[in-house]
Write a protein that binds this ligand. Structure first.
Ligand code: TXA
Ligand code: MG
Length: 344
């Protein structure tokens, strides 16, 4: 299959119109959002949704998120809106927050992997909104990567994973604004349960609806055989092909640790400006004091490491607070939960 490239920069109107046409006709199109690129299909077309799973190599038991372009579309996909969900929508939609709610009968079970619930997001990116509008239907869309690899934050990442397997990719310029996938929270539970941390932080959510629970799988490895509240959490994720070790402690301890093990087969995944004192190859992502910039650049950094001939990645460990919780959650998965604590 030839994968068309629809360029928002050179001809926005045409790119959106063509993407809309393809999606209307049961096609599968990668689209930019403010979080990461999504692999989209008409959420009410079970055959089209099946093609998403096939292209990604995604396990059938991992449900996908439905994207809407205004609050009116919500009633098409959910059968009830919990009161606290309404409050979160008022506060954070459109934006990087996904709410799990009871599903409407019309949503095919392939979208929800047989669950009685559906995850819904109203993205704030104007291009995403216009593509959904042009398609004339809510869009089912997981991240547009091969299952298990880091989510794509630019069109080039999508092409390197999915070229030839999907109908088209809509290209925006540069990296996605946020760079990490949306916050996912299950609103069918009381208190609601945070399933995946993202740019909308637990602190922000609690300031609107009070106490929430953080799912065990956010920070820890789920015991063998335990069913995950969010099926996506049980899979190894965000992982480059080489081994990743997360290193806790001060920058000085980290630098000395790596300088004791100088090798071209080790790579440091550190913050901007830190690599120069380290005697092995270094990839940096974001300034030390800017977790937002780190979030935006992390997946691109992991993909750059994949292109290097190295054996082990030693990654600086982010503070698990604010958006740092989302960074920590992604990195600890990439590291297969292996953390080395060097102390302060
Ligand atoms: O930012 C994002 O959320 C991106 C963009 C494209 O919107 N999408 C994304 O989709 O990251 P995906 O499929 O890679 O991650 C969706 C997560 C998975 O962990 C999945 O298990 C969970 O949401 N999920 C989806 N539907 C669910 C449901 N009904 N109940 C519980 N978890 C659900
Ligand atoms: Mg994903």
């Amino acid at each position: 299959m030839e994968t068309k490239e629809l360029n928002l920069i050179t001809n926005r109107e045409k790119a959106i119109e063509e993407a809309g046409e393809l999606l209307k006709n049961g096609g599968v199109v990668a689209i930019p959002t403010e979080t990461v690129y999504g692999l989209a299909a008409d959420a009410f077309n079970a055959d089209a949704v099946a093609k998403i799973f096939e292209a990604k190599g995604r396990p059938q038991d991992n449900p996908v998120i439905v994207h809407i372009c205004d609050r009116d579309q919500l009633s098409k996909v959910v059968s009830a809106v919990p009161e606290k969900a309404e409050k979160l929508m008022d506060a954070f939609w459109p934006g990087p927050l996904t709410l799990v709610m009871p599903k409407a009968d019309a949503v095919p079970s392939t979208v929800c992997a047989g669950l009685p619930t559906v995850a819904v997001r109203f993205p704030r990116d104007k291009d995403t909104q216009d593509i959904i509008r042009a398609a004339g239907t809510p869009l089912a869309a997981p991240s547009a990567n091969i299952s298990g690899s880091p989510s794509p934050t630019k069109a080039l990442h999508v092409m390197s994973d999915l070229k030839g397997k999907i109908d088209a990719v809509v290209k925006a310029s540069g990296l996605c604004e946020v760079g990490l996938e949306s916050t996912v929270i299950d609103m069918t539970k009381e208190p609601p349960v945070l399933l995946r941390p993202g740019a909308v932080t637990p602190e922000q959510i609690e300031s609107v609806i009070g106490k929430i629970e953080i799912s065990e799988g956010v920070l820890h490895q789920l015991p063998e055989g335990e069913t995950a509240a969010s099926p996506g959490m049980k899979y190894r994720h965000y992982a480059p092909k080489v081994k990743v070790v997360l290193v806790k402690g001060s920058y000085e301890k980290y630098r000395d640790f790596l300088n004791d093990r100088q090798s071209s087969k080790n790579v440091a995944l550190c913050y901007k400006g830190e690599g120069t004192d380290i005697g092995c190859p270094a990839i940096s992502y974001g300034l030390c004091n800017s977790p937002e910039e780190q979030a935006k650049e992390l997946f691109d950094a992991l993909r750059r490491i994949d292109k290097m001939a190295v054996n082990v990645v030693y990654a600086r460990c982010p503070k698990p607070e604010g958006i740092g919780l989302a960074l920590y959650n992604r990195l600890i998965r990439a590291a297969g939960f292996e953390v080395l604590d060097l102390g302060e």
